[in-house]
Design a protein around this ligand. Sequence first.
Ligand SMILES: Cc1ncc(COP(=O)(O)O)c(C=O)c1O
Length: 402
Amino acid sequence: MFRNEFPILSSKVHGHNLVYFDNAATTQTPKTVVDSITNFYYHTNSNVHRGAHFLSQRATNEFEKARKVIANHFQAEFNQCIFTRGTTHGINLLVKGIEEYIEVHDEIVVACYEHHSNFIAFQELAKRKGAILRIIPLTQHNEFDYKAFEELISYKTRVVSLPLISNVLGEKLDVKKINQITQFYGVEFVFFDAAQIVGHNEINFNELKCSAITFSAHKCYGPTGIGAIIATHKLIKKLKPQELGGGMIEKVEFEHTSYKEDFSKLEAGTPDICGAIAFSRAIEFIEGVGIKQIKKHEEDLIDYFLQKATLVEGLNIYGTLNSYKRAGVFSMTYKDYSCYDIATLLDMKGIAIREGAHCAQPLLDILEVPSTFRVSFALYNTKEEIDYFFESLKEVSSLLYK
Ligand SMILES: Cc1ncc(COP(=O)(O)O)c(C=O)c1O
């Protein structure tokens, strides 16, 4: 779908057509996003919010319009969107921003398959504050354990932070089930890591009934180095600014500084203006294609991949095999072949996949494997590419040590 919009997809890699299956790490960028970056530096480059001159006003208008476009995508208001450097930065801002509200013996609940960005930030918060970090295990089928979640949550739970889609297991979180429990116990801070869902599935921020979501542009057809938080007004009001500087102050005096109350208190310094505008182009691109259409296309790919994968003896996919519950992210091992060797040999066939611990080392300890190789889809992938992947996997496995 829309392959022509992505010039990089016509690259040759080691003499083969590029098959790009590393989308959970970073998606490719359509022309409209690349053009917006060039256009910004040709026609708009200037600083925002601070100038009376034409270019500064143009940059400010485009930057603030980008905020609206992104917020709108989640049915949120423009002043609920905070620009960040990406999911990691967003989570860190949230964690540090709520730190002063966390007390000794408060409980923080995360999943065992968190991305390190989500896990370490909360692990350190718990250590600093004497809070207790509770970790939701997997069921025996390597799925999110809702029963264990229910048992772990109590009136002591102050924070729940979970990924909407696991970047390793590909499992989609059942948000309704989570909300029933967090609302029952009145959990104050509920954060969802949306890094793997934006651009793949529809999200209505209000329906998530959480305090905030975080995501990165480069995982949904935008540039690297920019992302956003969408947060409730209530949370924004409570968050303490962590980075101090220009753009976020009300008044600075030698003895005292007061800060703005709105989202801008969390955006100190010159933002990534060009990146934010390009990010909004990526969102417009997604909306132009249609999120429902993207979802349907990726669901077809998921079904097709699962059908083919189950025919390969010795190929082990981690996580649910129920396509209804999963996204197009498949972490696998193949017999006892080295995942690194598989990824390297597939690269020689032009196939880009990822190998390693996927920033989820505690999960790999649970799965008792040092690494997996991961295939992940985006809107431009095709069934023919999946066929080629399985043919190539068969071919490379014949070269591997048994
Ligand atoms: C689920 C999840 N959370 C967080 C991140 C971190 O994203 P970034 O590196 O863009 O900050 C990733 C990246 O792979 C991810 O998959």
